[in-house]
Structure formats: structure tokens, C-alpha cells
Design a protein around this ligand. Structure first.
Ligand code: CP
Length: 317
């Protein structure tokens, strides 16, 4: 297997080949073994400095990247927009250039603007990792989701995955669709018609509006949060959260009434009692905490492989 990625940055799953994804998974397998040792650390990135730039709130992604970087022995700096000079009007490029002047090799960035990571990659000389850019992509989430399905079901090929909820506003949905399709899974999106983009079938996915039909079809149900923070409209996309929950909320009774054991996933943060009940979140068929655990190994793999690409490029120059 080729041991280098075909990309210099991780901007989105759309840019990756199937071989890139398989390489990331194979590298994550090795790092998962490291994470199960008493000393969960390797010296691989002792010469690498990484800046984590979070212009939007995050719990899982931010902690997971920070832990992944520490496990690889990288030097890290953390930046949060809410306590920075962005509040005084400094631009994204000026902010990042100031950080890069401190000799940073890699930038992990979350930003509310779709395309912000692509924009940055054209303006600065550092490897960029997209940690979620608006409604566009969240590539490491999709990688850890697909990796967790592979771990649970053995392979992605031919598996049926239903992504249920607010597809329109979800970067997790788009990255998951690209990733699952590249790995040979069948994908269905399910939700109210106001939350399903009009031309989504062009990505090769099925569309279903009935939760029960979607659940009877799938092997895996990835339950998404309603992205209220991205619904900046005067007329809401559904009458109320209670109504949404009645139509699309996954309960223990529905899950256990299905004809097969469906694996339940959720990228977090969970709104317990809206898209899934507490009983489902904590159910034996739920792999939500396995997703979080796998996130560290996947992010270690992504950072390590991008750093390898950068080292190789520097040697050639
Ligand atoms: N899944 C995810 O991106 O969670 P955070 O917003 O907490 O990082």
C-alpha cells in the first residue's frame, strides 16, 4: 500500500481517494494499539508545531485533536476566537499569519464560514486540517464515523447507512455521504422535506421521509442534531422541537421493535429527548462513545500522515 496521502491538506472528504481513506484507517489501527498501551505516547512529531484555531464552539473535536497532537509529541498552541484580537477586528489571514510567524507547521481550524479552510490553504504555507467549516464539511468526523462502522461491522462495502435529521445544515452529513460512498456503502438520508437539500440524490443517496422505513432499511442509523444555530430564518423548518421529536426521534421502543439490530451513532453534541432518547444514547446498540474514542486515533493518523507529506516535500525542495 502507498504510505503517503494524495493531498497536502485535509480540507474535505471530497478531495480524498478511497486509497487515502484506507491509508488513514490502517494508520489509525496502529495508533489505536498505541492508545491501549500504559504509555500512550510516541515521539513521531517532536519536530512539528500545530496551532488549533477554533473560531466556533467545540468540545469533542477540539479535545480530540489536542489529545491526538499530544500523543504524537507535537508542540501545540491553542487559539479561541472569543478571547482573541479577532474581537478587535483582526482578519482571518492576519490572525493566522501572526501565528505562523511563530513557526507553526500545521493549522487545525474550525470556522463558521464554508470554504474558510480552502481560503486559508491558498494564503499560508502550512498544512491545513478542516475541523468543521460551516455547513460544508467535517472530514475527521466522517472518517471516525466510517472507521467505527468498519470496526463494528467488519467492512463498509454493501452496508446500508441511514443519516437521519437536519441534512441541509449538516457538514457531518455531507462528509459522511462522500466517505461512505467512496468505501462502497449504500446511503439514505431521512428527515422532513424542509431539511433535505433538493438535489441531494445527485450524490447517489436515497431519500426517505419516514423514520420507520429508514430504520427498517438500514444496518446503521446516524442520528443528527437539529442545527438550530444555523437556521437563520423567520419561518422555522418544523413546527416545534416536540413535533420533530414525535416524527423523527428514536426511542427504545422503536429501536427494539425493528426486525434487526440496527447500530446507532451520533456525532454529538446530543440533544437527549429530541433526536434520540437517553435510553437509546446509552443502549447496547449505540456506539456513540466508541466514535469519540476512535476520534483520537483517526486524528493522530491524519496529522501524522500530513506531517509525513510535508517532510517529504521539504526533502525534495
Ligand atoms: N461532533 C462534533 O464536531 O462535536 P463538537 O462540536 O463538540 O466538536
Amino acid at each position: 500500500m502507498n504510505r503517503t496521502l494524495s493531498v497536502k491538506h485535509l480540507l474535505g472528504i471530497k478531495d480524498l481517494t478511497k486509497e487515502d481513506i484506507e491509508l488513514i484507517f490502517s494508520q489509525a489501527d496502529e495508533f489505536k494499539e498505541v492508545l491501549n498501551r500504559p504509555i500512550k505516547k510516541v515521539p513521531s512529531l517532536r519536530d512539528v508545531t500545530i496551532a488549533n484555531l477554533f473560531f466556533e464552539n467545540s468540545t469533542r473535536t477540539r479535545l480530540s485533536f489536542e489529545l491526538a497532537e499530544k500523543r504524537l509529541s507535537a508542540d501545540i498552541v491553542n487559539f479561541s476566537a472569543s478571547t482573541s484580537s479577532v474581537k478587535k477586528g483582526e482578519t482571518l489571514v492576519d490572525t493566522v499569519n501572526n501565528i505562523l510567524a511563530m513557526k507553526v507547521d500545521m493549522v487545525v481550524m474550525r470556522h463558521s464560514a464554508p470554504g474558510s479552510c480552502l481560503f486559508l490553504s491558498k494564503h499560508i504555507d502550512a498544512a491545513i486540517v478542516n475541523a468543521g467549516d460551516g455547513t460544508h464539511e467535517h472530514p475527521t468526523q466522517a472518517l471516525l464515523d466510517a472507521y467505527s462502522i468498519r470496526e463494528k461491522l467488519g467492512s463498509l462495502k454493501g452496508k446500508k447507512v441511514a443519516i437521519i435529521g437536519d441534512i441541509t445544515h449538516s457538514r457531518v452529513a455531507l462528509s459522511n455521504i462522500y466517505c461512505l460512498k467512496k468505501l462502497g456503502a449504500e446511503v439514505m438520508v431521512c428527515g422532513p422535506s424542509t431539511m433535505i437539500p433538493k438535489h441531494i440524490q445527485s450524490l447517489g443517496v436515497k431519500v426517505e421521509h419516514s423514520l420507520r422505513n429508514a430504520l427498517e432499511w438500514c444496518d446503521v442509523a446516524n442520528m443528527l442534531r437539529i442545527q438550530l444555530e444555523r437556521q437563520e430564518v423567520s419561518v422555522p423548518y418544523f413546527p416545534s422541537l416536540r413535533e420533530y421529536s414525535m416524527q423523527y426521534g428514536l426511542t427504545k421502543e422503536i429501536l427494539e421493535g425493528l426486525s434487526k439490530k440496527v447500530v446507532v451513532m451520533h456525532p454529538g453534541p446530543i440533544n437527549r429527548g429530541v433526536e434520540i432518547t437517553s435510553e437509546v444514547a446509552d443502549h447496547t446498540q449505540s456506539i456513540i462513545l466508541e466514535q469519540v474514542e476512535n476520534g483520537v486515533a483517526i486524528r493522530m493518523a491524519v496529522i501524522y500522515l500530513l506531517a509525513q507529506t510535508r517532510r517529504t516535500e521539504k526533502e525534495v525542495v
